[in-house]
Ligand binder design. Structure first.
Ligand code: NAG
Ligand code: NAG
Ligand code: NAG
Length: 267
């Protein structure tokens, strides 16, 4: 059964790519100050309202999808982390094209070019999608993971603290950042400048961490209607950001049925 959460995660990835602007913007030469990032809300929607933008049904899973990410045109990766599998799904033909079996459970999945990474609070695995060669990264522990320009970025909640870390793709640790505003992270996404956007659910805020992991700023908060956060996703080409949340406020995965969509200027 594809749960509502699963649908929402698929919706968020698909929608971001359906709304893709005609041309990718030029890579900015100046990295913006995190304090100056001001997203503009385009709309708030429930999955029912998003329905017309979607294909009818993509594919059903008997295991709960924990995460989803874009792989390449018409292909997404779905993390079936509780059964140690990732499904590569062709969203044009509505079918699973490959099942990648992993040696451990995981929560997050991310893909950049031909590299896929799956992460858990115990370890991560890097998979080369060309030859399916797997490398276990013992030191890379993350509930949510992203890949950007060859580095890995993860966020983990442990001992009442959320830690954002950067690693090389061989697992070597580069930096870790913590801040009281990043509390109970529900997701991590990067924009094309390498800024990290974190859905901080205890704080009801979206916090941006600078590419070097030295500064952060809350760019959206409860005053902007942010609450009951579940995840975050960014389309780096269009600068669109989607923030799924639970409109019922019951913190029930079955009722995570809504999302805000923002445009991040200059990103
Ligand atoms: C998944 O991996 C865990 C280790 O993380 C292992 O204990 C479990 O047996 C595996 N489950 C399946 C279905 O392969
Ligand atoms: C986490 O916070 C809760 C509530 O504030 C507290 O009871 C608990 O001891 C804390 N745990 C750790 C590991 O700090
Ligand atoms: C986030 O939480 C921390 C600790 O509870 C608090 O000090 C801070 O003011 C909060 N920030 C926002 C933006 O709510």
């Amino acid at each position: 059964m594809l749960t509502r959460l699963g649908i929402l995660l698929l919706v968020s990835t698909l929608l971001l790519f359906k709304l893709k602007t005609e041309e990718a913007q030029q890579l900015a030469t100046n990295i913006p100050d995190v304090e100056k990032i001001k997203p503009l809300r385009i709309y708030a929607a429930t999955t029912v309202q998003l329905q017309p933008l979607l294909c009818e049904k993509i594919v059903r899973f008997s295991d709960i999808p924990l995460d989803v990410c874009y792989v390449r045109t018409n292909t997404v990766a779905v993390a079936l982390g509780s059964v140690n599998k990732t499904a590569l799904v062709d969203v044009e033909k509505n079918r699973v094209i490959k099942i990648v079996r992993l040696s451990h459970k995981f929560d997050g999945v991310a893909v950049d070019d031909n590299m896929m990474v799956v992460s858990s609070d115990e370890k991560s695995t890097l998979i080369n999608l060309n030859d399916m060669c797997c490398t276990i990264l013992q030191g890379v522990r993350a509930n949510h993971i992203s890949l950007f320009k060859g580095n890995l970025y993860g966020v983990i909640d442990e001992n009442n603290e959320s830690r954002v870390s950067c690693y090389k793709n061989n697992g070597e640790h580069i930096w870790t950042f913590t801040h009281r505003e990043i509390d109970e992270a529900r997701g991590l996404a990067l924009d094309k400048n390498g800024c990290h956007y974190i859905a901080s659910s205890n704080n009801n805020s979206i916090v941006v961490v600078s590419p070097d992991g030295k500064r952060c700023s809350s760019i959206l908060s409860e005053h902007d209607g942010i609450h009951w956060l579940w995840s975050i996703d960014i389309n780096t080409e269009s600068g669109l950001m989607m923030v799924p949340y639970d409109s019922s406020g019951e913190w029930d995965t079955e009722s995570f049925d809504s999302a805000f969509v923002y445009k991040i200027p200059n990103v």
